[in-house]
Design a protein around this ligand. Structure first.
Ligand code: ADP
Length: 629
């Protein structure tokens, strides 16, 4: 799925090759004046290849040389290109497609490395006090809880790169935590697809070289920083791994990429001498972080951090054959057992390893936390999760009220709040109908569907009932990209129900906002849904959700009760097209026959607290619970 706001990848790539290197060089010069210690390390790496290893020590843990066994089938490298400025090191590194035997042997002979003195753990973690970092506002005076420092490590974050809910969470949660007396640093890959306007705001913070697995090579790790609203964003720079247009390409590329990223993120914390109390990692892409923490990084400064691993979607686990993951991760044999990474006869599962090694596991709703311990939802990890259930809990997501606010939303046609929502939503409906070429009629019942178009999202149910939903008084607007079969199906319906069905096969953040503001109801009939954000966005915009009772949908949408008038939306339980149609018809009945009661639910949904406040406090309490010293 396309990230939002992405510039043309080709032109951006050109920019990234030229502009970025110039910028990096300039920043290096600036750096030398401001941060002599960092410059010294970087310069050593540039000028004396032999000393590059020394610089890597900040990143290389004591057990880096543990692994000597020869991986049988290494994956192809993500790309052949190395950062231009680092060509020397890159050239010397053997092509990763060759057999890794020699590299493994070379690595074996390397001495066990210790963290250099300058990376020693500070007494109290603190935000780096350089000119690259804005002053982080302190709330000490008004918030009595002890201060904790947290490093978020994940593969996407709005507004830099987002393909789904993970990007929203990585954006919103750190900002609220910052207001709850937490120092938060978010560590992300510096993908080439990050819009130029953000690339331009990044400030060079340093660079070092890092060994990776048994590749026998030293890899460049640049750190580019951006500070916003009390949150420090550190982007791990390496063009070899992060130059593709999309964050997720294919497992062959993604496994090496996220092994590199997980290790580089911890190495960067050591390098920056910013040792967090908590390392909070997200999904399989960062799941090796807890494993690294307790193995290769155990005896380095960051090794004292506790870890939290959040499952945003259990379906994606990062599974590949053991030799490949050993080759790229450099993790010791001891973690490739059935209690940790190993699955089946010869595969390794990165998420499973992270779950075994993390101090706490969270997922994004209480119901999903229960569901994933069953064979129906456990994606083959149910036994593993049941085994670790003592450290597993569900904390439901919220939405960012700054980003999602119909009163101030720059994307919507007409602003509104609870005082004028009923009338203004009608105006938004007319504007959306105009925009999408639908029949302009505020009396039509408009159903939105904003989703990745994948098997998870219950689209076969929708497909099965579209003809029954199209009764002449109903319009459907689909916004999404994904599997070809669903894209084509919705395109077909657009042709078949001209003026009444709109298929927007695209990723368009602004249009999503306009649909939330204009629609009467939003469909979320997911097969499984860890939390789901679209129903929260919808409710906040006075759009009633029609959802399946699973995961976070069950936890956040109370079914409308025709007798008491209570509830927030319309629900159905079993994964069945007939039950979905029934829920849609209940919604239509209320809309067309008892509009006043419908409007009451609109206002109730807008008033419902779906913010991050409550959930962020639960995360903060979890951090405190883990760090009782
Ligand atoms: P998931 O993470 O499984 O994709 P969520 O409901 O948790 O689903 O989050 C989806 C997020 O992505 C929401 O913020 C939603 O508005 C947004 N989104 C999904 N598809 C699109 C799209 N095609 N265009 C714009 N935003 C989208």
């Amino acid at each position: 799925m396309d990230p939002i706001d992405s510039p043309d990848p080709q032109s951006f790539y050109q920019y990234s090759l030229k502009g970025r290197l110039v910028m990096a060089r300039k920043k290096t010069e600036t750096q030398s004046k401001k941060e002599p210690a960092v410059k010294k390390t970087a310069a050593a790496a540039e000028e004396a290849p032999a000393e590059v290893k020394a610089a890597v020590k900040a990143a290389e843990p004591a057990e880096a040389a543990v692994e000597a066994a020869e991986p049988a089938e290494p994956a192809a490298p993500a790309k052949k290109k190395a950062p231009a400025a680092k060509k020397t090191a890159a050239k010397k590194a053997p092509a990763a497609k060759k057999t890794p035997a020699k590299k493994a042997a070379a690595k074996k002979s390397a001495p066990a490395e210790e963290a250099p003195a300058e990376a020693a753990a500070p007494e109290a973690p603190a935000v780096e006090n350089s000119s690259a970092v804005e002053e982080v506002p302190t709330m000490q005076a008004i918030v009595p809880q002890p201060r904790r420092s947290v490093a978020f490590i994940g593969s996407e974050c709005h507004p830099f790169v987002k393909t789904g809910g993970l990007g929203d969470v990585m954006y919103a949660l750190p900002r609220v935590l910052a207001s709850l007396n937490c120092d938060v640093r978010v560590i992300l890959p510096r993908y080439a697809c990050i819009p130029k306007k953000y690339q331009d705001l990044m400030v060079y913070r340093g660079e070092f070289y890092m060994d990776l697995g048994r590749t026998g090579r030293s890899y460049y790790v640049g750190i580019m920083e951006y500070v916003c609203d009390g949150v420090v964003y550190d982007f791990i720079d390496n063009e070899e791994f992060f130059s593709s247009g999309n964050p997720y390409v294919s497992l062959v590329d993604d496994i090496p990429k996220y092994c590199f990223f997980s290790k580089a993120a911890l190495a960067a914390l050591n390098y920056l001498d910013w040792i967090p109390d908590i390392v909070h990692c997200h999904d399989w892409q960062a799941a090796l972080v807890p494993v690294y923490l307790r193995t290769l990084f155990q005896d380095t400064p960051v090794g004292r951090a506790r870890s939290v691993l959040t499952i945003h979607n259990l379906r994606f686990q990062g599974i590949y054959n053991i030799p490949t993951i050993k080759y790229w991760s450099g993790l010791p044999d001891s973690v490739f057992n059935m209690g940790a990474l190993k699955v089946g006869h010869e595969d390794a599962n990165m998420l499973k390893g992270g779950l075994a090694y993390a101090d706490r596991i969270t997922t994004v709703s209480g119901t999903y936390a229960q569901e994933i311990q069953t064979s129906e939802y456990g994606e083959t990890l149910e036994n593993h999760l049941r085994y670790h259930s003592g450290k597993l809990r569900g904390i439901v997501n919220g939405i960012d009220y700054g980003m999602w606010n119909p009163k101030t939303d720059a994307a919507v046609a007409v602003h509104y709040d609870a005082s004028d929502a009923i009338g203004k939503k009608r105006e938004n409906k007319l504007a959306l109908q105009e925009e999408l070429g639908l029949v302009k009629d505020e009396g039509k019942f408009v159903i939105g569907l904003i989703s990745r178009l994948t098997n998870q999202k219950g689209l076969d149910l929708v497909n099965a009932i579209v003809p029954q939903m199209m009764d002449g008084n109903t319009q459907i607007v689909v916004l999404g990209t994904g599997d070809r079969q669903y894209e084509d199906t919705f395109r077909y319906y657009e042709g078949a129900y001209s003026g009444m069905f709109s298929a927007c096969i695209q990723y368009d953040e602004a249009r999503a906002h306009r649909i939330y503001a204009a629609a009467d109801a939003l469909l979320v009939p997911s097969r499984f849904e860890p939390c789901g954000l679209t129903q929260l966005n919808a409710m906040h915009y006075g759009t009633l959700p029609i959802v399946r009772e699973t995961g976070g949908l069950k936890d956040t949408v109370q079914p409308y009760n025709v007798f008491t008038g209570e509830g927030n939306g319309f629900t159905f339980d079993r994964y069945d097209a007939g039950l979905l149609l029934d829920a849609v018809n209940r919604a239509k009945t209320l809309y067309f026959t008892e509009r006043e009661r419908w409007d009451e639910v609109v206002l109730r949904d807008m008033a419902k607290d779906v913010s991050w406040e409550n959930s962020a406090k639960q995360y903060r309490d979890l951090y405190l619970e883990l760090t009782q010293w």
